[in-house]
Design a protein around this ligand. Structure first.
Ligand code: ZN
Length: 258
């Protein structure tokens, strides 16, 4: 997630200064073909780009406000902007869910670009993981992670179609979204790629490399170093608690038996 912060302090919703205890997260999408964050978030912070119409939401009279937007920066890359304190009462669904749900808008494009969809979908998954972890929420619990149209069917949001008019075009349901959030929260080792596993193992080695040798082995370690059998890494760190792999074993064997 590429998270930035620009609180919409001039929006009337912010000025109302009402707070909630977040019980869930509601997804929205903007319903207008404009994927640029600067349409909604401003003024320009050097990354957003300038909104020449000056119609972003950081002003009074907008009548709506969400906690975050996902869309494009001026350079075309995807970012998330936090636009309200997470526990402030937002004006996002015109009904009861304003009192319970954190809200974010995904900026819509023309809803035909699969690449843009995949990028903002993943960004939305990561933002939802972040918020679920912050507020100790289970994304699979009933009613916790919902979109605006699901909120309407539950009687806690006004009648809008987002995001169910968009996600299914690219094969994603809200159930998929909730499961993707859950999967990211629970590091499932079966889902890791070879590359990710190697990365994990490298991190383990780095962590183990910071540990000292044990006292019982001191004499043997000194012997190994004095004879040049172990020479440590490029920084001279001898990595005593790091397991020896097969190529390192061959090197040490060769040093000992020549
Ligand atoms: Zn909505």
């Amino acid at each position: 997630m590429n998270l930035h912060k620009l609180i919409l302090t001039e929006n009337d919703c912010y000025k109302r200064q009402k707070y909630i205890t977040p019980k869930g997260i509601m997804l929205h999408s903007t319903g207008a073909n404009n994927p640029n964050l600067k349409r909604y978030v401003g003024p320009d912070d050097g990354l957003l780009g300038e909104n020449r119409n000056n119609n972003h939401w950081n002003r009074s009279g907008v009548g709506a406000c969400v906690h975050a937007f996902i869309g494009k920066l001026a350079d075309g890359s995807i970012a998330t902007y936090q636009t309200l304190p997470w526990n402030m009462r937002g004006w996002h669904c015109g009904d009861d869910a304003n009192n319970t749900h954190i809200s974010f808008e995904i900026c819509e494009d023309n809803l035909t670009d699969e690449n843009y969809f995949n990028l903002v979908y993943q960004e939305a998954v990561e933002l939802t993981v972040y918020l679920c972890e912050m507020y100790n929420l289970d994304p699979l619990e009933d009613g916790v992670v919902i979109c605006h149209s699901e909120g309407y069917r539950r009687g806690i949001a006004s009648g809008h179609a987002d995001v169910e008019h968009w996600f299914p075009k690219f094969g994603k349901t809200m159930d998929d979204f909730r499961q993707d959030v859950k999967d990211e929260m629970e590091l499932n080792i079966d889902n890791l790629t070879d590359e990710q596993l190697v990365q994990l193992y490298s991190k383990m080695i780095t962590a183990l490399g910071k540990l000292d040798g044990s006292i019982y082995s001191k004499e043997d370690r000194d012997w190994a170093v004095d004879n040049g059998y172990f020479q440590g890494d490029e920084n001279g760190n001898l990595l005593w608690q790091v397991p020896l792999n097969r190529e390192q074993f061959a090197v040490v064997e060769h040093r000992i038996h020549g």
